[in-house]
Design a protein around this ligand. Structure first.
Ligand code: SF4
Length: 221
């Protein structure tokens, strides 16, 4: 069991899955740069947080619900949690709903976030949650996501990996990948083309050549 001080932000999982260096820069080195993508996402989530709550006798919507899991060491916030109750007032079904800009993505970054929320909600309410939902702004409809075993395993492995990076506290070298880096909010601060692994190899080569030249000069003088 983790303590309150050891909890990992759910957003850290998304950042680490996108790029481990991005996770380190944002969560360990506290660097943050907003771009048009993150600004749109932030405005969308602020709007979601202020939306009116719907409540009927056996159904309730909770916007901006704080969640956490001491078992998995997670803390975060759900855009929307829908709860269904039995007649005697017990929660019988829960479904988190995440609001996203754009369209459904091919990678698992959004799905891992939803699964992490489910792990928290399951611990908080003591029930099994089989599904969550996304609302993608460009598609203007909800899509159902099954929280299956492979997704749970992937999420738990990612949590372990992020905890490991956090414990080591090392900055991870940048590796420039056009598709990722050109869309990354930290591109200008990270400078992957000049500070990446390729640059370090060149830097090491130049330094070794300088050492050889110095040694040759010393031997001939
Ligand atoms: S610019 Fe590229 S390497 Fe740097 S944090 Fe962003 S995705 Fe990672």
């Amino acid at each position: 069991m983790y303590t309150e001080d050891d909890l990992l932000q759910i957003s850290a999982l998304q950042h680490a899955l996108f790029c481990e260096r991005q996770y380190v820069l944002i969560h360990l080195e506290q660097v943050w740069e907003e771009n048009s993508f993150t600004a749109e996402g932030r405005v969308l989530h602020e709007r979601v947080d202020t939306v009116h709550r719907e409540s009927r006798r056996l159904f309730k919507q909770e916007y901006g619900m704080a969640v956490r899991s001491l078992q998995f060491g997670l803390v975060g916030k759900c855009d929307l949690v829908e709860l269904w109750y039995t007649k005697d007032g017990n929660v019988e079904k829960i479904s988190p709903v995440e609001f996203k800009r754009g369209r459904k993505k091919a990678d698992d970054i959004d799905r891992v976030q939803l699964c992490a929320q489910v792990l928290c909600l399951e611990e908080m309410f003591g029930i099994t949650i089989e599904n969550g939902q996304f609302y993608y702004l460009q598609e203007r409809r909800r899509t159902n996501e099954v929280i299956d075993t492979p997704l749970r395993e992937k999420t738990i492995m990612l949590i372990e990996r992020v905890m490991e990076i956090c414990e080591k506290g090392e900055t991870i070298a940048a590796i420039y990948k056009k598709r990722k880096c050109d869309n990354c909010s930290l591109l200008d601060l990270c400078m992957p083309k000049t500070t990446g692994a390729g640059y370090k190899q060149v830097d090491r080569f130049i330094k070794s050549q300088l050492r050889i030249a110095e040694k040759n000069n010393a031997e001939t003088s």
